[in-house]
Design a protein around this ligand. Structure first.
Ligand SMILES: [Zn+2]
Length: 280
């Protein structure tokens, strides 16, 4: 049986998905028993329970785990996501578009997860699992861009651009009439451009502690991580001035350090200073 879904295509969740594959018809994570796949559903309705799924500036998708009340735990659907590769199951991400219909976003894979304080259905703070997923760029390109290696080619091209050119690319906007999938492409292009811009701006030195990148990647580039200093509400990267290149240690410090928020505020301030010349 073919398990290929077409990106951007709208499906009736109950008939087209559960009718063919089975799986729980309610909730965000559905694990059909007789097929090696897992359906993930994201959508506006979840946000009332503190579900703030979104594409991040680095192109990953953050997906909130299941469990509406109390601390989440790494079992059932949540464990299924974490272990999908080892279990040989594919993750397929859909976004709700209303009336029981969902639009296919793409094939996803688990990268890692972290825990966040979020509000539950009773408005109490609890520990929530946030999965960091890669959404397969190849399937997106095959239907939207029609160039098999576009992602790779784009990345190579970006590395050769000047700082100013990258900045312009990073600021491009989708037209207001663009469809969700067109907007997603612009978000992806912007996120790549912002990343390339920030890495070029840092030129191998952590913008937090001013130490050199801890190692060189297999592609021969200094290893630094892009960190977004403020939360993005629209699911896309907004501006290079909110993204900073950090060594892994500084990046962890922001998220897990005792004074992480304070440190993040300091980074935000120094980013503002770094970028102030560019705003003329
Ligand atoms: Zn650092």
């Amino acid at each position: 049986m073919s398990m290929s879904f077409e990106i951007g295509q709208v499906y009736n969740r109950r008939e087209d998905l559960h009718g063919h594959y089975g799986g729980q018809e309610q909730g965000g994570i559905s694990t059909p028993a007789d097929h090696p796949l897992i359906f993930l559903f994201t959508g506006a309705s979840g946000s009332e329970y503190g579900y703030e799924d979104e594409f991040r500036p680095d192109g990953t998708f953050w997906y909130t785990g299941e469990g509406q009340v109390g601390d989440m735990s790494m079992d059932r659907g949540n464990r299924a996501i974490r272990d999908h590769a080892a279990d040989g199951r594919e993750l397929h991400l859909f976004e709700a578009v209303g009336n029981g219909e969902v639009r296919y976003v793409g094939k996803a894979s688990y990268l890692t997860h972290h825990w966040e304080e979020r509000r539950d259905a009773n408005d109490n703070l609890r520990r929530a699992i946030v999965f960091e997923l890669a959404v397969d760029p190849r399937s997106e390109e095959s239907s939207d861009v029609a160039e098999p290696n576009a992602e790779y080619v784009t990345r190579r091209r970006l590395q050769n651009r000047s700082l100013e050119e990258l900045r312009q690319l990073a600021l491009q906007r989708a037209s207001p009439s663009a469809s969700a999938s067109e907007r997603r492409i612009v978000v992806r292009q912007r996120s790549q451009a912002i990343r390339a811009y920030v890495m070029k701006r840092a030129s191998g030195v952590c913008e937090g502690c001013a130490k050199e990148a801890p190692f060189v990647t297999s592609q021969g580039r200094p290893y630094l991580e892009a960190h977004h200093v403020s939360r993005v509400s629209d699911g896309g990267p907004d501006h290079p001035r909110w993204v900073i290149a950090l060594c892994p240690s500084c990046h962890r410090r922001v998220h897990h350090g005792q004074n992480g928020e304070e440190y993040n505020a300091r980074l935000t301030k120094s980013l503002g200073e770094m970028e102030s010349n560019e705003d003329a």
